[in-house]
Design a protein around this ligand. Sequence first.
Ligand SMILES: [Fe+2]
Length: 309
Amino acid sequence: MAQGAAMAIPLTCALLPRQEFPGALESTRRLQWRIRERKFSQKALRAPITMLIELKPPPYSLNSLEPYMSHETLECHWGKHHKGYVENLNRQILGTELDGLNLDDIIIMSYNKGDLLPAFNNAAQIWNHEFFWESMKPGGARKPAGDLLELIERDFGSYERFVNEFKSAASTQFGSGWAWLAYKANRLDVGNAVNPCPSEEDKKLVVVKSPNAVNPLVWDYTPLLAIDVWEHAYYLDYENRRADYISIFMDHLVSWEVVSSRLEMAKAQAAEREREEMMRKIEEEEQILMDSENVEMYLDSENEDSVVD
Ligand SMILES: [Fe+2]
């Protein structure tokens, strides 16, 4: 057990104020620049931008997760709840500065360092549900393999310990919310949210739970797997037996292939960010060196002048 079994981290403290933005998506500066650019275009056209957020369907038919998740549940969950979030968000952002941004950017902007703006819940719930549908597949579950399994064993001690921790996080989330497996490769200086455990090492898998619509993106974590523990996700099939629903999800519904491919993307993204950060530091050091050389040249020319005088 290299790192020991990590404890589930409640995301509730994400509602505290904090540092700079989650680089998993994009730098704040770049995002702000894009908003300014879009505002300029909007003004030039003298018309509101209306890029509607779409209702994305699950990547399988609504009855294909049966008997574990019924057609009736998916019809209601996707066809009413998910659809409702999409319709509400499109109404909320119409003509605002969020209009025309992609979903990830809307989430980050409206998370507003934990002081949620009205669009956050609908935007995050759309993202979360798309992610949830894609986390499952007909004939899913069994056990992960390859790099994913290796990292799970490294960071949780064993696959069984990870499952227990994930189930515990999902079953103990008070009220509505989500449980996640996420890749934590964020820098400590992330500015959109509280980093819950700033002393933890980066580049590891963690299990976290979150209230309502909050997802780990706002912490600069990269989500790999999610389970929806709002009652609307399981009540029609399991009534109030949330634990049964969670066990069925882990045993029969998870698409580990999708989770593995998300991990590979997360690792590649983390490596790219490290490279960018290293290049930025080198450029800054070079600039400091050039500035100091200019000062020395200036002082030297002053001395020469004084000699001439
Ligand atoms: Fe849901």
